[in-house]
Design a protein around this ligand. Structure first.
Ligand code: ADP
Ligand code: MG
Length: 290
């Protein structure tokens, strides 16, 4: 493509709300073999709500919700917001938090009024026995809901389930990518059953689930080895390294600054239609038709 056609393509994309930050990305994107997506906040709205709180017999509902919400009030994770909102709605007072620690990709731990409270995935409290919960949890995860667990003073107290909504445009965008001859993938830190359920609802080809933030880069590399040029679409702080590793990193503009700074392409607003527009403009530019 000539510098002139790249300028024209960049301008045309901008009119569609797609910002190419580098001319090179405009040339590379049409070579993509696979488009990989982050799940939470990219394919889904990223605003989960608490749907179920399943208690162990030794614990009381309000006690557990208040303790867990106190810890989560220190976290910026979407799951944390869902839990804090549920406690607020129930008018529960939140205790004093100390020794807060956040473990990227697994959960959070702190002391609340002297009690030790951990919230997160099974991996976050791996030594506990989950057998009482596993059947219910598997069923809810198969519906696409995300289960996390609460441990209080090192005893499993509850399973807390949140559900996020798939964005209205996600399915149409995945279908259109397939019609264009591209493969699709989802990379998520979420539970494998949950991620597979969402991917199945969207018709996504490949799923990498329970991926720790640091391992998203490895997931991109393995998709490249298997398929060729990889475009990655993400929104979160956790996504910045994957956006940088991908051949073309596409940040959803409603996302975090760190994600936007690591991307080659920025979609204004949260609309994934921009992924298709970006590919269309890239293909047209490289064919030099205007
Ligand atoms: P992703 O954004 O790809 O879904 P994350 O790496 O942010 O993944 O989180 C992965 C998993 O870690 C979550 O699905 C949840 O089980 C657990 N987790 C992380 N942070 C928290 C938190 N603040 N509260 C509860 N669970 C958490
Ligand atoms: Mg996300």
């Amino acid at each position: 493509a000539t510098p002139m056609s790249i300028m024209v393509g960049t301008g045309r994309a901008a009119q569609l709300g797609v910002l190419f930050r580098k001319g090179e990305a405009l040339q590379q994107l049409q070579k993509s073999a696979i488009v990989a997506f982050d799940k939470t906040g990219t394919l889904t709205e990223g605003k989960p709500a608490l749907t179920d709180l399943i208690l162990d017999d030794d614990f009381a509902h309000d006690e557990v919700l208040a303790l867990v919400a106190a810890v989560e009030s220190r976290s910026e994770h979407p799951i944390a917001s869902a839990i804090v909102a549920a406690a607020k709605k129930a008018d529960l007072p939140l205790g004093a938090v100390s020794e807060f620690a956040s473990n990227a990709g697994t959960g959070v731990t702190a002391r609340v009024d002297g009690r030790l409270v951990a919230v997160g995935s099974q991996r976050h409290m791996g030594h506990l026995d989950f057998s009482n919960f596993s059947e219910t949890i598997d069923r809810l995860a198969a519906e696409g809901k995300t289960p996390v667990f609460a441990a209080i003073d090192d005893k499993l107290a509850a399973a807390i389930v949140v559900a996020d909504t798939i964005k209205p445009t996600s399915k149409a965008v995945i279908d259109a990518l397939h019609r264009k001859g591209l493969k699709t993938a989802m990379i998520s830190g979420d539970n494998a059953r949950t991620a597979n359920s969402i991917a199945a609802q969207l018709g996504i080809d490949e799923v990498r689930a329970e991926v720790l933030p640091a391992d998203k880069v490895e997931a991109i590399k393995s998709l490249r080895t298997a398929h060729g040029v990889v475009a990655y679409v993400g929104d979160g702080i956790n996504d910045a390294p994957a956006l940088a590793e991908a051949d073309i990193g596409i940040a959803v503009g409603s996302g975090t600054d760190a994600a936007i700074e690591s991307a080659d392409v920025v979609l204004l607003g949260g609309n994934l239609q921009g992924v298709l527009d970006a590919i269309t403009v890239s293909r047209a530019t490289m064919r030099n038709i205007h």
